[in-house]
Each structure stands twice: as structure tokens, then as C-alpha cells.
Design a protein around this ligand. Structure first.
Ligand code: FES
Length: 97
């Protein structure tokens, strides 16, 4: 039995400035995680959803990386203000169950 219905990992890996690989931290990942948590809590999904920061998800070249389970959907190049779109795709439908 799963503890959570959805588990979202947001890469917040941070590399030194000038590292050619870049990092999700420098692209606003922290704010993205915080906003996802707020949206989930405001929707009353706090006990159904777990949202964690993650280390490098191996998608650095594509921008901030987010993966959602059990959906097994990867989002790459998520903008700093992209939490609402992820919420609507993966979490909002849970409110109707
Ligand atoms: S630093 Fe985020 S995917 Fe690599």
C-alpha cells in the first residue's frame, strides 16, 4: 500500500556559478517546490501528496526537472512559475475523487 497517491520530485540541485552543466536551483526550482506545496495544501491534498526536493535528475540541459509518480511523467524545462500547470495536470483531478 502506498503512503501517498502522488509523489512529486523537483530537482533543486545546485552547482557552482559557471558550471557548464548549469543547475535547476539557479532556474528557480526552490520557488517551484514551495509553490507546488502551497497549491497542494490549499487544495486539501496534504495527506495524499508528497512533494520533495531532489538532487540532479539527469536532465540539466533541459532546465528545471520535475517527475511525478505513479504517473511516471517527466517535465523538463519547467519555468519558475510553472507550478500551477503541474498542479492542474496531476493534482487538481484528485480533488474530484
Ligand atoms: S541539476 Fe536538475 S536535472 Fe540536473
Amino acid at each position: 500500500m502506498s503512503l501517498y497517491e502522488k509523489h512529486i520530485f523537483v530537482c533543486e540541485n545546485q552547482r557552482p556559478e559557471g558550471d557548464p552543466r548549469g543547475c535547476c536551483f539557479s532556474k528557480g526550482a526552490q520557488g517551484l517546490t514551495a509553490e507546488l506545496k502551497k497549491l497542494a495544501a490549499d487544495a486539501g491534498l496534504g495527506k495524499k501528496v508528497r512533494i520533495n526536493k531532489a538532487g540532479c535528475l539527469g536532465q540539466c540541459a533541459f532546465g528545471t526537472a520535475v517527475v511525478v509518480y505513479p504517473d511516471a511523467v517527466w517535465h523538463r524545462n519547467v519555468p519558475a512559475d510553472g507550478a500551477q500547470a503541474i498542479f492542474e495536470q496531476h493534482l487538481a483531478p484528485m480533488g474530484n475523487k
